[in-house]
Design a protein around this ligand. Structure first.
Ligand code: NAP
Length: 230
């Protein structure tokens, strides 16, 4: 991509995993955090793992958000409304925001293998309601295990990419396909994020039961439906 990718809340396992894989693919990454120091610490660890050429920096979420028009959101559901309200003035017009949030019941002290009802239909649709007009929300990566992303092996998972903007969907499909093992599939409109988010709770339960880092694979579509490294 010609522009940097800012990962808001990028200090947790989901954010660092994506950052590591994209940095290895040659992308420029800005890790965002509520704390400058934590962001810089996480960025430094990712640089150490991604190689000496890796371009990874860290800063506060608002500065990361203002620095580019390509963003990813990797924070727990309980922080989503507060952070997006705080960041509203920082978005560049027309930005693309990739949302990996899953409304796990753990957000209110419940089980991570259950989800919460979200009035808008999904966490991603809630995000779309909270960002400034014109910001394109793309739901993706909810089913990818952060443990796998943070490893060195190919990530055995399909990424279902949902958005109301077909160009933004294609861009995120290309980004996902840069990660070895991942296959991106255009999943249609943003409202389909509701179904994709629910699968994560199932995966959490399966991973607890079977002690693994399971993902999903969609079979039987024509080859043209899958975008991957090949
Ligand atoms: N872990 C996985 O395998 C996985 C897979 C797919 C999708 N997801 C989804 O991706 C999101 C992030 O997952 P994660 O496991 O990386 O989460 P996490 O470790 O709990 O949180 C990620 C980062 O979010 C920031 N944060 C935490 N609470 C916050 C709040 N109330 N307000 C603002 N920022 C807050 C923290 O960064 P600072 O303290 O540095 O600000 C934290 O390091 C979740 O919605 C999760 O459901 C996770």
């Amino acid at each position: 991509m010609s522009r940097p990718i800012a990962i808001l809340g990028g200090t947790g396992p989901a954010g660092t995993g994506l950052a590591l894989r994209w940095a290895r693919a040659g992308e420029t990454i800005i890790i965002g955090s509520r704390s400058d120091e934590r962001a810089q610490e996480a960025a430094s660890k990712i640089r150490q793992r991604a190689g000496s050429d890796a371009r990874v920096s860290g800063t506060a979420n608002a500065a990361a958000c203002a620095a580019t028009d390509l963003l990813a959101l990797t924070i727990p559901f309980e922080g989503q409304v507060g952070l997006l309200k705080e960041l509203k003035p920082s978005f560049q017009p027309g930005s693309i925001l990739i949302d990996a949030t899953v409304p796990l019941a753990a957000a209110v002290g419940g089980r991570a293998s259950r989800t919460l009802g979200v009035w808008q239909g999904s966490a991603a649709q809630q995000t779309a309601e909270l960002v400034p007009k014109g910001v394109k929300v793309v739901a993706a990566f909810q089913n990818c295990s952060a443990d796998s992303l943070n490893g060195d092996d190919p990530v055995e998972c399909d990424v279902i990419v949902c958005s109301d903007d077909p160009e933004a969907t294609q861009l995120v499909c290309r980004l996902a396909a840069q990660i070895p093992g991942l296959r991106a599939i255009d999943g249609g409109k943003l409202e389909n994020a509701r179904l994709v988010e629910q699968l994560t709770a199932l995966l959490v339960g399966l991973n607890i039961r079977h002690k693994g880092h399971g993902g999903i694979r969609i079979t039987g579509l024509p080859a043209s439906a899958y975008r991957s490294l090949g």
